[in-house]
Write a protein that binds this ligand. Structure first.
Ligand code: UT7
Length: 336
């Protein structure tokens, strides 16, 4: 590997227009707006009524390309992080490649659940830093409504649909861009958050459908206990090993699973809430899309600026978790 450092040079997102509010959910299951807001921080989420993850992913990539002033032909790699692929195969990356007209790109899907975006970013950065790729796209796209059981009040209140995309290129400044990442997995957590049927372990049958095993399963309390510690620890760890403190950080960009987990992470880093990107109230948990969706929204409204130091943090099914330290290099929205 030479001296090339990878960076995020552009962002884009797509959130479908249809909204499912807490009041809507009150009519579907035994819950209340008050319970959902105080236990999770969520007020509403978006639903993709027609289409699939690749449709949202393609739109996010198109928005990102527009922001960068590039065409789809410039892309040489597409990594799609998703737990809701359009189908088992072909990969959603292939479908996005076709839909965007990225005729010079190869690509693949990456299954990292809520850490899928960070895992995809780490992977794309390797291709760029070794010189194998120049313009690598990481898309986080999840149509969570397609695997959510809207009779299960424990889980149906949590999830929404969206996609976010970033472009990973060689950094124009050697000291800036993607500085460091820590990524972890612990498969012993698989039993607490999974989708049991439809894979090779339990192919879909009439019985698996009757038992609702093709929907997401989560033991929320068990996952919460680990998530709240692991996401805070890994965010503190990346600061420590780079000789930084919370005072050096402009933005924490946390996976949006639960406002209480986000607050615990910010507290552990010594960060004020004003320095935390939070949009869980409007989107819920969109799995692989949460982090690029935040980046894109904050960049678009001019709050994420060139030269700022940001920390991405995630925790999700697997278990998977990770953090990434970035010195932001993309031109500001107003200036681009
Ligand atoms: O993104 C991937 C990683 N996932 C996460 O990080 C999610 C982690 N888990 C969580 O965010 C939280 O555990 C939940 C939001 C899922 C649940 O919050 P909680 O504070 O852990 O609630 P709980 O599961 O301990 O349930 C507390 C009570 C229970 O009633 P009892 O047993 O105390 O009588 C539940 O039955 O709240 C009840 N409950 C509800 N009540 C109203 C559960 N869901 C609901 C609901 N509305 N929707």
């Amino acid at each position: 590997m030479g001296n090339t450092r990878a960076t995020i040079s552009a962002v884009g997102h797509y959130a479908p227009p249809d909204v499912l509010t807490n009041a809507d959910l009150e009519k579907m299951v035994d819950t209340s707006d008050e319970w959902i807001r105080t236990r999770t921080g969520i007020s509403e989420r978006r639903m993709l009524v027609n289409g699939a993850s690749s449709d949202m992913g393609a739109r996010a990539v198109e928005a990102m390309l527009k922001n960068r002033g590039m065409t789809a032909a410039d892309i040489d790699l597409i990594i799609c992080s998703t737990v809701t692929p359009d189908m088992f195969f072909p990969s959603t990356a292939c479908l996005i490649q076709e839909k965007t007209g990225a005729k010079n790109a190869w690509g693949f899907d990456l299954s990292g659940a809520c850490s899928g975006f960070i895992f995809g970013l780490v992977t794309a950065a390797q291709f760029v830093e070794t010189g194998k790729c120049r313009n690598a796209v990481v898309v986080g796209a999840d149509k969570m409504s397609s695997i959510t059981d809207y009779t299960d009040r424990n889980n149906c209140i949590l999830f929404g649909d969206a996609a976010g995309a970033v472009l990973v290129e060689p950094s124009p400044e050697p000291g800036a861009g993607i500085i460091d990442s820590i990524v972890r997995t612990d498969g012993s957590g698989g039993k607490y958050l999974n989708l049991k049927a439809g894979g090779s372990a339990m192919p879909a049958t009439r019985e698996t459908v009757d038992r609702r095993l093709h929907y997401l399963y989560q033991d929320g309390r068990a996952v919460f206990k680990v998530a709240v510690i692991a996401m805070a620890d890994i965010s503190a760890e990346i600061l420590e090993r780079n000789g930084l403190t919370g005072a050096d950080v402009d933005w924490l960009v946390p996976h949006q699973a639960n406002l209480r987990i986000i607050d615990a992470t910010a507290n552990r880093m010594g960060l004020d809430r004003k320095k935390v990107m939070i949009n869980i109230d409007r989107y819920g948990n969109t799995t692989a899309a949460t982090i690029p969706l935040c980046l894109s929204e904050w960049w678009q409204c001019g709050k994420l600026k060139k030269g700022q130091t940001i920390v991405l943090a995630s925790f999700g099914a697997g278990y998977t978790w990770g953090s990434t330290l970035i010195k932001w290099t993309a031109d500001d929205a107003a200036a681009s």
